[in-house]
Design a protein around this ligand. Structure first.
Ligand SMILES: CC(C)(COP(=O)(O)OP(=O)(O)OC[C@H]1O[C@@H](n2cnc3c(N)ncnc32)[C@H](O)[C@@H]1O)[C@@H](O)C(=O)NCCC(=O)NCCS
Ligand SMILES: Nc1ncnc2c1ncn2[C@@H]1O[C@H](COP(=O)(O)OP(=O)(O)OP(=O)(O)O)[C@@H](O)[C@H]1O
Length: 199
């Protein structure tokens, strides 16, 4: 059993968390545990949370194969903060329990990195020893998100503004990774960080 993961990676949507955490997994053999995966697991067809969501939003929210219509759910929750908080209230306890279960089962020799987009918002800082925030400039974040998810400027802005401002996350960070230059530059900063904490 472990009390905490060595590193918690957070940041803004599309700021570069996956890029950073994948590198820690591949280059440094840390075991990567990703909140987005657990949030998807929580709403697998047939689960209790899936049923609760279907009951609330009706047939518009599921696809013919039973999976949730994620773009539709995104439209609903990113344009209405009450609905977003309701959905988070369903999913975050499941995600928190999932991380706790991993700590309970981990051997002290395992080195873990938890990637948690809403680490501060969902009050999950107690799960990790150090919080690393991946930062990029607001305009880059918007452009990367629009490009990757094929969103309009307005849709991208709604998603970004539903999270704690990235500047505020940086103030709470133990370490800031600046991803406003190239991806290669981000990886160099990770190498420097890893050298200084000798994991
Ligand atoms: C709204 C949903 C269905 C949209 O799904 P979609 O496949 O388009 O996006 P995906 O799940 O890959 O999330 C992409 C990114 O959006 C951001 N994001 C997700 N949920 C939220 C949220 N509630 N508030 C702010 N940002 C969020 C995160 O940075 C995440 O990495 C989905 O994001 C969801 O179920 N969100 C609620 C669960 C949650 O809070 N997840 C974050 C785990 S800490
Ligand atoms: N330094 C960079 N320069 C240009 N594009 C980048 C850079 N770093 C990441 N990207 C691109 O930006 C997008 C977001 O990166 P990534 O998926 O790592 O972010 P994320 O924080 O994990 O996103 P999400 O919150 O949506 O899960 C990806 O398409 C990625 O290829």
């Amino acid at each position: 059993m472990k009390n905490k993961a060595e590193i918690g990676i957070t940041g803004g949507i599309a700021s570069g968390k996956s890029t950073a955490s994948r590198y820690l997994q591949q280059q440094y053999n840390l075991i990567l545990c990703d909140a987005d995966i657990y949030a998807r697991e929580a709403v697998e067809p047939g689960s209790e949370i899936w049923q609760t969501i279907c009951d609330r939003y009706g047939s518009q929210i599921s696809l013919p194969n039973g999976q949730l219509n994620r773009p539709k759910l995104g439209e609903i929750i990113f344009s209405n903060s009450q609905e977003r908080e309701w959905l988070e209230g369903q999913i975050h306890p499941y995600v928190g329990d999932r991380f706790q279960g991993i700590l309970d089962r981990a051997s002290p020799t395992h080195r873990l990195v938890f990637s948690i987009p809403l680490l501060f918002e969902a009050k999950m800082t107690n799960l990790v020893q150090e919080v690393w925030v991946v930062y990029c400039l607001p305009q880059q974040q918007r452009e990367r998100l629009m490009k990757r998810n094929n969103l309009s400027e307005e849709e991208a802005e709604a998603r970004i503004s539903s999270q704690m401002p990235l500047e505020q996350k940086c103030e709470k960070a133990d370490r800031i990774l600046d991803n406003s230059s190239t991806e290669a530059d981000l990886l160099i900063q990770i190498d420097e960080a890893m050298a200084s904490i000798s994991l």
